[in-house]
Write a protein that binds this ligand. Structure first.
Ligand code: BG6
Length: 460
């Protein structure tokens, strides 16, 4: 087979998951409730088909078999997250959880699959949310204690750590647009939550470096949405720049550069939205930036100037500065309602090269959620040609970025097997493997076999 798009040696090929979405066993072996368990209990109607996190894909019981399935399709790396409420229910270490995560990590390593371990994927323990979650600075210290415990327990084997997955999502979902618990709409709190998350990131990094694992790296995973203006009209350009400040640079700059953009601070100040800070925070952020950045890329953000002046009495919201723009002719994933724009992945990588010191990065999520995939079954297998095309076209742009000396080191698909997803439950399926929800049987889709060849050939 001729390989036209060859990737650098040791490129990471694999997939990403999160604890709440795959483990199941939500109330087993000492795990305490997180906000998802609680929200589902109190408002099941908000979840697609009224399915909650207890019906995740049962990785807790089946991880050994699942790791064999990863191996069968050529994975050399795999991302999981640790569930804080499983590892430290009520603030104390849970032996059964330690045994489970040790089992997973060891099994991955024994099968030559490098574990990428993320500490927080949207799953705030309920006990801390009852004290305000990330609104409360004390929760930052509890998170730091949890992170330290993870490093000490697993740091002899785990070489790739991540403090957060998409920290902006709980801000948007929980404090601006009502799609995560605690369903508050309050921009001032949103800013405080965002700020505390980045303080928590810096504190975890500081603790990690103090423990001194010279051969390990620590990073963060951000969902970056490149912001494209409708036109070169200055009003559109400004709108797009502000969207970029709020939705990308608010996390990217403190994580990689150790400081917030001046323009963002100026806007928040002008509107009375600055967060409460503590003495020493600036130095903490500056001295504890990430070694590596995970990039989750699904869709761009197309932006135009506001059509109408915002209501001067309306509370502050980021979107009072811009409108979203539905570019005519754009390609869509109709199942999820997200635009597909493959070149966005290249634009992100070039931006990192040019403006963020070419920080070491990898594509930590990219993927295509599709409804009712059984429609595409032929001879017992889901023929997901659309997913193969989706991955291939994105990889071509990643390849081009590599050619242009971007420091990108891998590609992980969202996700390994169909899993439970937040409010959408099992509506959109993203996996290399399908999961029968009655029997929990896993079956490779066509994309799994295609991706195996890509991984083994280190290209396509
Ligand atoms: C990412 C998250 O934002 O997108 C995942 O890290 C999530 O947790 C994935 O499942 C796909 O989004 P959704 O909402 O379609 O499941």
């Amino acid at each position: 087979m001729t390989v036209k798009y060859k990737f650098p040696a040791n490129f990471w090929w694999g997939s990403a998951t999160s604890a709440t979405q795959i483990e199941g066993a939500a109330d087993k072996d000492g795990k305490a409730k997180n906000i998802w368990d609680y929200w589902y209990e109190t408002e099941p109607n908000r979840f697609f088909d009224q399915v909650g996190p207890a019906r995740a894909s049962d990785f807790y019981q089946r991880y050994k078999e699942d790791i064999q399935l990863m191996k069968q399709i050529g994975h050399n790396s795999f991302r999981l997250s640790i569930s804080w409420s499983r590892l430290m229910p009520n603030g104390q270490m849970n032996e059964q959880a330690v045994e489970f995560y040790n089992g997973v990590i060891n099994e991955l390593i024994d099968n030559d699959i490098e574990p990428f371990v993320n500490l927080f994927h949207f799953d705030m323990p309920l006990a801390y949310q009852q004290f305000g979650g990330w609104e409360n600075r004390e929760v930052v210290d509890s998170y730091q204690a949890y992170a330290e415990m993870c490093f000490k327990l697993f740091g002899d084997r785990v070489k790739k750590w991540f403090t957060f997955n998409e920290p902006i999502v709980p801000v948007e979902g929980g404090y601006l647009y009502d799609f995560h618990y605690p369903n508050i709409v309050d921009a001032k709190k949103a800013v405080q939550v965002a700020y505390h998350t980045m303080i928590a990131n810096a504190k975890a990094i500081k603790a990690f470096r103090k423990l001194n694992y010279p051969h390990s790296q620590i990073g963060i995973i951000l969902n970056l949405t490149p912001s494209y203006p409708r036109s070169s009209n200055p009003a559109d350009l400004r709108a797009s720049k502000i969207a970029d400040l709020f939705f990308n640079r608010s996390f990217l700059d403190p994580a990689v550069l150790g400081e917030y953009p001046d323009e963002l601070i100026a806007i928040l100040k002008e509107h009375g939205q600055l967060p409460q800070t503590k003495q020493g925070d600036k130095e903490l952020l500056k001295n504890n930036t990430v070694d590596i950045l995970g990039i989750n890329y699904y869709q761009p953000r197309r932006v135009k100037a506001k059509e109408y002046l915002p209501n001067p009495y309306a509370p502050f919201m980021p979107d009072m500065f811009f409108d979203l723009y539905e570019m005519p002719g754009r390609k869509m994933n109709p199942h999820r309602g997200w635009e597909i724009y493959e070149k966005g992945i290249y634009d992100i990588l070039m931006n990192l090269k040019e403006n963020y010191g070419n920080i070491s990065s990898f594509i930590s999520e990219n993927g295509m959620g599709v409804q009712n995939e059984e429609r595409y079954i032929k001879e017992g297998q889901i023929q997901d040609e659309y997913r193969i095309e989706f991955i291939r076209e994105h990889l071509k742009w990643v390849h081009r970025a590599v050619q242009e000396k971007c420091n990108v080191k891998g590609y992980h698909l969202w996700t390994f097997m169909d899993n439970w997803s937040w409010m959408n439950a099992y509506k959109n399926r993203y996996g290399f493997y399908s999961v029968d929800l009655n029997t929990m049987e896993r079956k490779p889709k066509k994309s799994a076999e295609w991706f195996k060849e890509v991984s083994l050939n280190n290209g396509f």
